[in-house]
Write a protein that binds this ligand. Structure first.
Ligand SMILES: NC(=O)c1ccc[n+]([C@@H]2O[C@H](COP(=O)([O-])OP(=O)(O)OC[C@H]3O[C@@H](n4cnc5c(N)ncnc54)[C@H](OP(=O)(O)O)[C@@H]3O)[C@@H](O)[C@H]2O)c1
Length: 341
């Protein structure tokens, strides 16, 4: 049995990790920690865990963590992971970090967008970006996975096949993204009613921290710079992301829609969590919520100069904890779908 710890166990993604890991036959949850005033049974925090998981949740203690676990999921805010990861790796542990601390290979971008110094260059160089379908071979060999952000997961999975098959010379990509409010971590009911109930709004317009992450990933796949505009919106629902992505070509596309769908299916033929919709069918959030799937619909515009991609995930699963467990399954050669279907 692989002994696993969840750091940040009381947060949105920490809670999802616990739920998934409890279903996993090859692992044992051995350690839980969060920022707490005093140690508490996890079932006091989440009463539905009573008689399912008997474990204390306490402030992080490195000695106990090292003694009890082989692998850690870090479901904590950025800058917290960077303080813990070096010592876990020095002690030959595995780390799957859900925060942004090890995602951007260009540390100056991290420092610019996250407004803090990056203090662990050595491990930043070693980290593998954990977009499972794209980097499976590298994930298999690493001890440090930088689990992707939720918006970049949808965007990069949607765009990658176009780059691989060089479908067109891309001029611009516009990403119009909508997310449930759990994407920002736990918020109070008061905040929800003030900002979101019966509302829909854009935020961080062309200035969201996931923009450099999307750009860096697309650049590494395209091997050239592509202009991307990214506007996120908040929906008055708890979970789920839908992105409508417009990929502008500088010439008229000759390929038929059904052929393009065929190429997407070929690209993802060994990827159990990506589902490509049929011609003229498009995904909706309710089809992916509480699943680890990414659903993608594809349409070439009437003037044949734009590819419209409409894609959905559950931000807390394929966009965070589900993909994190998928990455653990890949590293340890478990079935990739274990505990996730
Ligand atoms: N939510 C998403 O859809 C999503 C998707 C992809 C990636 N992520 C990333 O995943 C990480 C966790 O996100 P989340 O949505 O689960 O956030 P969250 O709901 O705010 O939970 C954060 C967790 O970290 C703990 N924590 C906060 N500060 C800490 C500290 N200084 N030391 C130790 N523990 C600390 C919190 O404990 P307390 O509750 O006691 O404060 C809580 O357990 C973030 O880096 C986020 O960017 C989130």
């Amino acid at each position: 049995m692989l002994r696993v710890g969840v750091i940040g166990a009381t947060g949105y993604t920490g809670e999802e990790l616990i739920k998934i890991l409890l279903r996993h036959p090859r692992i044992k949850i051995s350690y839980l920690s969060a920022k707490v005033e005093k140690p508490k049974e996890i079932s006091e925090i989440f009463p539905y865990l009573k008689k399912k998981l008997l474990l204390l949740c306490d402030n992080f203690n490195i000695d106990r963590a090292l003694e009890l676990c082989d692998l850690f999921f870090l479901a904590v805010p950025h800058t917290v992971s960077i303080q813990i990861t070096p010592i876990l790796l020095e002690n030959k542990k595995y780390v799957i970090d859900l925060s942004a601390d090890y995602r951007l290979k260009d540390k100056s971008l991290y420092e610019l967008w996250y407004e803090t110094k990056h203090t662990d260059h050595q491990n930043l160089r070693r980290s593998v970006y954990g977009l499972s379908e794209i980097h499976r071979d590298k994930i298999k060999k690493t001890r440090l996975v930088a689990n992707p952000g939720c918006y970049p997961t949808v965007a990069v999975l949607s765009i990658a096949p176009l780059l691989k098959y060089k479908i067109c010379k891309i001029q611009y990509i516009y990403i119009d993204a909508k997310s449930g409010y759990s994407g920002a971590g736990r918020i109070s009911d008061e905040q929800f009613y003030r900002d979101l109930k019966d509302n829909f709004k854009a935020y961080n317009v062309d200035s969201h921290r996931h923009l450099p992450e999307i750009l860096e990933q697309i650049l590494s796949l395209a091997e050239r710079k592509i202009n991307i505009v990214f506007t996120p919106h908040l929906l008055p629902i708890e979970r789920g992301i839908l992105e409508t992505i417009y990929v502008n070509s500088n010439h008229k596309l000759k390929i038929r829609n059904s052929e393009l769908i065929g190429l997407y299916r070929e690209f993802y033929k060994d990827s159990p969590f990506v589902r490509i919709k049929e011609d003229n069918h498009f995904p909706q959030i309710k089809d992916v919520v509480l699943t680890n799937f990414c659903d993608i619909g594809i349409k070439i515009s009437e003037d044949r100069k734009t590819i419209i991609l409409i894609s959905c995930i559950d931000n807390l699963l394929k966009g965070a904890s589900g993909q994190a467990v998928q990455n653990m399954n890949i590293i340890f050669d478990f079935e990739e779908t274990e505990a996730l279907l």
